[in-house]
Structures are given as structure tokens and as C-alpha cells.
Design a protein around this ligand. Sequence first.
Ligand code: GAL
Length: 459
Amino acid sequence: MWNFRYTLSRKQESVIEAQATTDNVPQQTSARKDGRRKRLMALFALAVPLLAAAAPKTAPTAATPADSLQVLHWWQSASERRAVDLLAERLGQQHVQWRDTMVPGGSGIGAGIVLRSRVLAKDAPEVAQLNGIVIRDWARLGLLADLDQVAARGDWDRQLLPGVAALIRPGQHVVAAPLGIHRINILFHNRALFARHGLAAPVTWPEFERAAEVLQRAGVTPLAQSSEPWQVATLFETLVLAEGGAVYFRQLFQQREPAAFTDPRLGRALARLRALKRWMGSPVRELTWAEEARKLADGSAAMLVMGDWAKGELNALGLNSERDFGCGAVPGTAAFHLYTVDTLSMLAAHPARRGAQETLAAMVMQPAVQRDYSRVKGSVPVLRAPDLGAMDGCARASWTLFASSAAVHAPSMAHRMATDETARDAMVAELHRFFLNERVAVADTQRRLGVIGRRPQDR
Ligand code: GAL
């Protein structure tokens, strides 16, 4: 057996030891042992800076009060921070302390690596932001505490929108507490810039192209976009939705039907992804999504395709959705809701913290918390009967569409709603390569995505 161990010091600097031993594998040749050791060390080299960043201010020891919870998440931007502070404050009102462990990295790539390493090292936090299919996979491994009693006490089945209820109960048990629903197929635009150039928010791709042309001639970057892999994948999946609608989207990313990967609609979405580069900054830089949102806010860019967490960020920058920016659908996707749901799962390794974990789970479902959290975060409540009057126009449109029917739902690939973690990571990497390297052909990428997407029964 290989033993992984790291320790986080309680001093200011984190000291991380990664120990790999091959004690119990005597039959291995030393060359093979060397290979495995190198791979293991490479894995830790990747995890170490993230682990250091994630080092809790107070390390979990027996002295930690029982009514505190260490929560691992990836929310770092101004609006995300506000959302965390709000949750921490409301939890504090219930006499449970929120011990914050933030691992930077949009869409949670770094947080996922740190969490896996910590679970392997038997140092799991009490609570983790685990979104989408990952909830199902971790529950199957027995890593998550069930929240059946909290859910029963709070009548979650009746309170929750059905799509969310299914997500947090992937098997027999409820294993996650849902925070909010984000809509991803949003095209934000800077209202002042559009007004100055006599433009209307584009609803179709030809309208988008015409507006982009005018803006570019005026010296404004038409489309804010980062080359960060998950941000490229986020834009791309909205283009798939525009080409094929929600049924095709689910066939491709959720059912992973072989025919969907050879479909010309996938080729057209890839071609559009590349064609849109013309409207982005040159070169396309790898900035955070919050930095891209800031470009829209300061008027250096006119449009942004991003999940509505960007609305939360624009609000945090002092902008108002009625006055300063618009949040229509990406052209061709108005009828659909490409979504991700933020959830918190309770790690089963902490039976002594069960009471505090249940307090947190019950707290996030309170209607007032749902309302206030989503207002800061940019999401919408997961409830069947939320306070619609407390929402702005963007949120009301998002909630109403999501609640209207499962037929309009497109579960995000980039944000783990549709596809398991491994396939998702491989698809994101492939799309990133296609985006950066103009010499990679559409047909090749389509074929490679098909290989990644292959289901066990098609192998
Ligand atoms: C998503 C997550 C959002 C937001 C975004 C950017 O996956 O659902 O809450 O954090 O990533 O990091």
C-alpha cells in the first residue's frame, strides 16, 4: 500500500510533508517503484501550493470547539466573499462557527484537488462545496453524511424545485444542502456603451456580429473572454446549446450518445468558438472571471458570456442590472436554462460534528437565507415558492424559466452537472487546446471529444 501523509503546521507558514512509501509492495521492481514514486510526487507537486493556500488558520485539533465547522470552497471574488460572509454570519447566529478554507480557482479545479488529497490523508474538512455529479460519486464511496433527517424535518421534498431535489438525492439518501441555482447562458452587456453606439442587446448571432463590428471600430473590445480552460469551456457549452437546444445538449454531455459527437451541430459550435476570437482581446489573456467582469464594468469591453455569478460581481462593483448592464440570453438560447447548482456536502468522517453539520444544512434552506444569499451571489433560490418580489429582472427570468419545466434544462458540463469529473476535465482540456491552437482542426477535436465521451457500453 502507498501511504500519503501531509501535515499543515499551525504556525504562520504551512509545512507540507508528502510521504510516499512502498513498504507493502515488495514484489515491485525498483524501476516500477521509481515510476510510481515520480508520478506520486508529481501529483503532490500539483497539490502542495494549493494545500498551502488552503491551510486553515486554526488547524483541526481536538481543541477545536465542537460547534465549529471547517468549510472548504472556492469562492474568492468580492461577491463570492460576501456570500460566504453572509452564510458564516447566519451560521454564527445559530452558535456554530464557520472556519473558512478557501482554495482559489474559478469553477473549483483547485478545491477539488485539495479536497481529494485531504480525504486521502484522512484530514477531510467537515463541509465541502461539492457540486453536481461529484456528489453522486462521493456518496457512492460512502464519504458523505446523509442529511435525511434534516431534509425530512424541513420538508425539503415539498420545498425544493424537483430538479434540485433529484440532484441532492442521487441514491437513497439526501447528501447535499443546496444553496442556489446559477444560469450560465447569459450574455451581459454594458448598457451605456450600447446606448452610446445606438445598439440594442443582440438576440441573434447576426445581431451580435453587427454590434461587435460597431464596437470594435469604436475601439472597444466587443467580448470580454479569458483563455482560462474552464472559462473557454463555459463559453463553448453555451454555443452547443445555441446550435442544438437542450435535447441535443443532454444527448451530448449527459447521455454521451456516440451519434451526438459526430453530429454537425458540434462542429458548428466549435467553429463558432473559434470565430468569436475575432471579437476578443488579442491575445486572449488568462484572467480570472472577476477580472473579465471588471472589464465590462469599466467599459473596456462591451459584452461577456458568463454564469450569473458575474451579476453578483457587477453588483458588488456598484453596478445595477436595470441601469448599468443587461443580462439577456446568449443568442439562440433564450428558451433554455443552462445551469449549475451550488451545494454543500457534509463529510461523513466527523460523526462528532454531526449536529453542527445538520444545523448548517437546515440553515441554508431557510427562505430568508435563500433570498439574501442569492441576492449577493447572483443565483436564484432552489425553492418552489421563493420571494419573487425580492429578485431583480435577471433573477426572476432565470427562476421562472428553470421552474417552468425540466425540458428547458441543460445541465452544465463545465460546472460538473452533466459529466463525471474525469471526462469533464479531459473535455475541458481538449476544448482549451482547440481554442488556443488555430492549427487544430474542428473534425479532429470532434473526434477526440467523442473518444473522451465514450461510455463503458460503447467501448
Ligand atoms: C461555479 C460555481 C459558482 C462560481 C463559479 C466561479 O462553478 O457554481 O458559484 O463560484 O464557479 O468560480
